[in-house]
Ligand binder design. Structure first.
Ligand SMILES: Cc1cc2nc3c(=O)[nH]c(=O)nc-3n(C[C@H](O)[C@H](O)[C@H](O)COP(=O)(O)OP(=O)(O)OC[C@H]3O[C@@H](n4cnc5c(N)ncnc54)[C@H](O)[C@@H]3O)c2cc1C
Length: 431
């Protein structure tokens, strides 16, 4: 079995790394260059921003500390789910009714941006539509019914359907769930192949991509200079997309995003007689708890089962030993199936669970904190950052007007405090 990732310059030894369409091999920045926009971070945030800007003719350089898609973007559950953040209504005072509506609508647009990108750039990343929000409690059913009504009123164009307990087996072969919401406008994909595919598309449009090029310092000014160990980039704009891996680069934003570990195991490929019973319509599935289970089939019909959010800052000693029992609780049928991969990565958590978009200075923009729901949202934010650089900041400013708390406790106490807070939410999940 492939063991847990150690943070190296290669991709985490995941199912995704093992099935990547190709290995990226971009140079290390060596020397001084000048561009319109310098992007820090080669995950979906950085790459989608680069692609958006390159499509509009901007001269772009992207600096990635490790490999393109080395972080959460190359390790996630691959679930492409509608929506941005959790409950935009709570920010009505700051962004108004129009802002609330706009965020809802952008949550749907975000999925289309990903689908269009895959189609336009012909990216082979196993896109499969179909998603099930699974309920384990009556209050989850009520929440999902409210989502169903909201989508229907909005005029959502994709098939949606509430399932009761007897109908659940048509999408998930498990006794865990008492109902849920089917959404054919959401789905799943191979995230690493999507990200490297988008990076290649940006490269074809002239973006200069650099790997093993960690940004160590930014000199702010009319023309900021972005330094790596061996080189520097002078730019008109800087975009920070380091998310949970940003570290100490810009303390003003780093304190607002906390890294939390999430983990996935992948079984051996399952025979048709088994996978057809577990996930008959090949949908991605998430439950509704604070520490949720999420799972789906890969293209070669492995069960990819994720969960176990870890706020302590330390990876578990044995991912499979912790996750396998959770998987067997949902699917006891997998008792004799081998686990072939295990890996984890850092989600960027924000206190109010709304992605953070803003400016550190007029020419330094940032995007981060998708709180575990970023495959679609990163792509929306990439578009909004590109729009803002092009002088169309109306939708960018809806997000920029939302205030985000800096986690208390300083660098060392933040994670333990969040861990304590999440224990409280797990406790609420018991009822
Ligand atoms: C295990 C797991 C499962 C998940 N499952 C899902 C899911 O199913 N669906 C979903 O919607 N979301 C999911 N997410 C969340 C989603 O993956 C993220 O929201 C999204 O990938 C964030 O993209 P990003 O580009 O902002 O960050 P990342 O992909 O983490 O990229 C940040 C990059 O910045 C680089 N970087 C940082 N600092 C510097 C520096 N100083 N210089 C240069 N480069 C730097 C890092 O090396 C890294 O590559 C999951 C996350 C994890 C970890």
């Amino acid at each position: 079995m492939q063991k847990t990732p150690v943070h190296t310059n290669t991709h985490a030894p995941s199912y995704y790394a093992a099935t990547a369409n190709w290995q990226t091999d971009y140079p290390t920045l060596d020397g001084q260059i000048e561009v319109d926009v310098c992007i820090v971070g080669g995950g979906f945030s950085g790459v989608s921003t680069a692609l958006n800007l390159a499509e509009r003719g901007y001269k772009v350089a992207l600096l990635e500390a490790h490999k393109i898609s080395w972080g959460a973007s190359g390790r996630n559950g691959g679930q492409l789910i509608r929506g941005i953040g959790h409950g935009a209504e709570q920010f009505r005072n700051a962004i108004g009714e129009e802002g609330v509506k706009s965020i809802f609508s952008m949550g749907l647009e975000a999925v289309n941006i990903v689908r269009n990108s895959i189609e336009r750039h012909q990216i082979d990343c196993d896109l499969t539509m179909g998603y099930f929000d699974a309920a384990t409690k009556t209050r989850h059913i009520r929440d999902l019914e409210a989502d169903f009504d909201e989508l229907s009123k909005f005029g959502y164009t994709h098939e949606i359907e509430m399932l009761d307990q007897h109908q659940v087996s048509s999408v998930v072969g498990s006794d865990m769930y008492i109902g849920g919401l089917v959404d054919m406008g959401s789905g799943h994909l191979h995230p690493l192949n999507l990200c490297i595919g988008e990076a290649r598309a940006a490269e074809k449009l002239g973006t200069q991509l650099f790997e093993n090029s960690k940004v160590t310092r930014i000199q702010h000014g009319v023309k900021p200079i972005i330094f790596t160990e061996k080189g520097s980039v002078t730019a008109n704009y800087v975009v920070l997309g380091g998310n949970a891996y940003i570290g100490d680069l810009e303390p003003k934003i780093a304190g607002k995003v906390l890294p939390a570990g999430s983990y996935i195991i992948a079984t051996e490929p399952l025979p048709e007689s088994v996978y057809q019973k577990l996930l008959p319509r090949n949908m991605a599935v998430c439950d509704q708890r604070a520490t949720l289970d999420y799972f789906r089939l890969s293209a070669d019909k492995r069960m990819l089962f994720g969960g176990m959010c870890n706020y302590s800052g330390r990876d578990p000693a044995d991912i499979t030993a912790t996750l396998r029992p959770k998987m067997l609780k949902v699917f006891p049928q997998l008792n004799n199936v081998a686990i072939e991969y295990e890996w984890g990565g850092n989600i960027g958590i924000g206190a109010n669970r709304m992605p953070q978009l803003g400016r550190i200075a007029d020419n330094v923009l940032f995007m981060q904190a998708y709180s575990g729901h970023g495959v679609n949202a990163t792509h929306m934010m990439g578009r909004l950052v590109a729009d803002a650089i092009c002088g169309q900041a109306e939708r960018f400013d809806i997000f920029a007007n939302i205030k985000h708390m800096t986690f208390p406790g300083g660098k060392h106490l933040r994670s333990p405090l969040l861990a304590a807070g999440m224990l409280y939410h797990r406790f609420l999940d018991l009822f």
